[in-house]
Write a protein that binds this ligand. Structure first.
Ligand code: HEC
Ligand code: HEC
Length: 357
């Protein structure tokens, strides 16, 4: 009799120490059963194992590789689905896995002519819970537990105080570097943003001039709507002044997270104007908003974009992020670095109106 532990080793199974000890002490039935008396090629799983449902009619020699495939696809160990001492016993995850085997077969039979195209790996990709969103590597939507004393109004209030409750008109000048997953090209171009009370802004960069007049986001002579308006609305948003968080509804503290080494508390809310969900990450130390994650739904899935604020500098009575990084759902990164930030006293009337100069 070959020792179970060496079989386990040869199979490359991810047994934990406990399993290993049990196996070494008393070889579990399936390892004996895997060496049947008759020719293995003629036996099916149900002839060899005790509790077979979905692998009925499948050759017995398939079972262990199939188990290893499940482990590998979900980064699971055998004991994540099995009771250590009884592999035939029912478990919650085993039951889920059975449904998944059926799901996988259905998809392939119905849509891929029975070819093995979609597997556990296609969806799970090394995770217990598959991602249903194309999430950037830097973003997680599940956070660690909410601290019991955290409150949305306290977090908002602290940010407003830290960034300057009064809102002077600010003129920010610098450059934007564009990098993309789709090309190696780096492209550095001028970037200018003017922001004023009431969320008004005027943004000029390589893609044109965009603004917000208090009602409508526009570009050049034209009003914008739907997602394009929402995207540029977020780009120009200053998050300053007493009404910095106006328009956010159903807000709640959704957890804590670490962003670029900074401990943050996260607030989640919805914005009726754009129909999207926003997550706001407040730096525990400074109280400032350092990340916005935006989730916009479509009928087939949601897209996620982020804006990171960094390099805060005092300008007049405001704290201004001199570095802003936009990450779009397709992986394009716009890195904005301001070299110049000034408070302007004279507000030109039509600066923020459509077609205004
Ligand atoms: C994702 C869950 C999952 C993982 C991980 C998993 N199994 Fe299984 N295992 C199952 C399911 C489901 C069945 C029942 C198959 C059926 O109903 O036809 C099963 C059945 C078995 C059986 C048959 C038991 C019997 O007598 O009925 C053995 C033996 C077994 N697994 C071994 C392993 C080993 C060894 C590993 C680690 C390499 C492993 N399994 C990992 C889900 C899993
Ligand atoms: C078409 C996509 C898809 C395929 C293929 C697929 N799964 Fe899943 N699986 C999911 C989804 C979605 C969930 C639900 C996750 C959640 O609850 O958030 C899930 C859940 C599970 C769970 C339950 C996890 C838990 O938290 O309890 C297990 C176990 C599992 N899958 C195993 C498998 C195995 C094994 C295969 C391959 C035979 C497989 N899945 C194939 C999409 C898939």
């Amino acid at each position: 009799m070959i020792r179970a532990s060496s079989i386990a080793h040869n199979l490359g199974m991810r047994f934990n120490l406990g399993t290993l000890l049990v196996l070494a002490a008393a070889p579990v039935p399936f390892l004996c059963a895997a060496k049947p008396q008759t020719s293995p090629s003629t036996q099916n799983c149900e002839d060899v194992y005790k509790n077979i449902a979905v692998f009925k009619g499948v050759p017995a020699k398939d079972l262990i590789p199939a188990m290893q495939f499940m482990c590998a696809s979900l980064k699971y160990e055998c004991v994540d689905c099995h009771e250590e001492n009884d592999y035939a016993a029912e478990t919650r995850t085993k039951e889920s896995a059975r449904k998944m085997v059926i799901l996988q077969r259905d998809i392939n039979d119905k849509h891929f002519g029975g070819k093995l195209e979609v597997t556990c790996m296609s969806c799970h990709n090394g995770r217990e819970k598959p991602n249903s969103l194309p999430l950037p590597a830097t973003v997680k939507l599940r956070h660690d537990k909410v601290p019991p004393n955290a409150s949305v109004s306290a977090l908002f209030g602290r940010h407003i105080k830290a960034s300057g409750a009064e809102m002077p008109m600010l003129v920010l000048k610098g450059s934007m570097t564009e990098t993309s997953d789709h090309s190696d090209k780096k492209d550095k171009t001028p970037y200018e943003l003017i922001q004023a009370k009431g969320g008004l802004f005027r943004l000029t960069f390589k893609h044109g001039t965009f603004g917000f007049d208090g009602k409508t986001v526009w570009t050049g002579e034209y009003p914008m709507s739907d997602e394009p308006a929402a995207i540029f609305g977020r780009m120009g948003r200053s998050w300053r002044g007493r009404d910095a968080f106006a328009g956010l509804e159903k807000t709640s503290v959704s957890g804590i997270a670490t962003i670029n080494g900074k401990k943050t508390t996260v607030v989640r809310g919805t914005r009726a104007m754009t129909g999207s969900t926003e997550e706001l990450y407040f730096d525990n130390k400074s109280g400032l908003l350092i990340r916005l994650v935006n989730v916009t739904r479509s009928s087939i899935g949601a897209v996620v974009s982020t804006i990171d604020y960094d390099g805060f500098k005092s300008v007049g009575n405001a704290k201004v992020p001199m570095k802003v990084k936009f990450l779009s759902p397709d992986g394009t990164v716009w890195d904005v670095a301001y070299s110049n930030a000034t408070v302007s006293q004279e507000v030109k009337e039509n600066l923020f109106t459509r077609g205004g100069k």
